[in-house]
Design a protein around this ligand. Structure first.
Ligand code: MG
Length: 163
């Protein structure tokens, strides 16, 4: 079986007056992401990992933040488009593992809802989607609550092997 692995990373600043959208769901918080799209750093990191696994560049290449079409874009749609791109290249996502690094808010109550959204967009079982939340132990910009960072790894397999 032909496997390929990819990694992704994203970080967005938190600012007042924006909704906090993470993993495709809105999380009650006093701040949200400063970004051109909805700023969903979790979905962006996963999208970058998928593109990386297939050597298709990164989301900045496919969805430039200078393009008005992506202003406040729903990142679930961006991730869906990335999924289509990798399917066209003959691959399918197998599993996802992500670390969301946020000092605040507490994300544990929302993890399963995020996993369900991601699994739905990628059309894979929820059991193949892992989202882990941790803090930055009060250090750096993330630890000071100024930003949320995400790391993601994905495995993709050749479509013919699983379809
Ligand atoms: Mg981003």
């Amino acid at each position: 079986m032909n496997y390929r692995i990819g990694t992704g990373y994203d970080i967005h600043a938190l600012v007042p007056g924006r909704p906090l959208i993470l993993g495709g769901i809105e999380i009650p918080f006093e701040k949200g992401f400063k970004a051109h799209s909805d700023g969903d750093a979790l979905l962006h990191a996963i999208a970058d990992a998928l593109l990386g696994a297939c050597a298709l560049g990164d989301i900045g290449k496919h969805f430039p933040d200078t393009d008005p079409a992506f202003k406040d874009a729903d990142s679930k749609e961006l991730l869906g488009q990335v999924n289509k791109l990798i399917l066209e290249k003959g691959y399918k996502p197998y599993n996802v593992d992500a670390n969301v690094i946020a000092q605040k808010p507490k994300l544990t109550p929302y993890i399963d809802a995020m996993r369900e959204k991601i699994a739905g967009v990628l059309d894979i079982p929820i059991d193949n989607v892992s989202v882990k939340a941790r803090t930055a132990e009060g250090m750096d910009a993330v630890g000071e609550g100024k930003a949320i960072a995400v790391q993601a790894s994905v495995l993709v397999t050749e479509k013919t092997c699983r379809s």
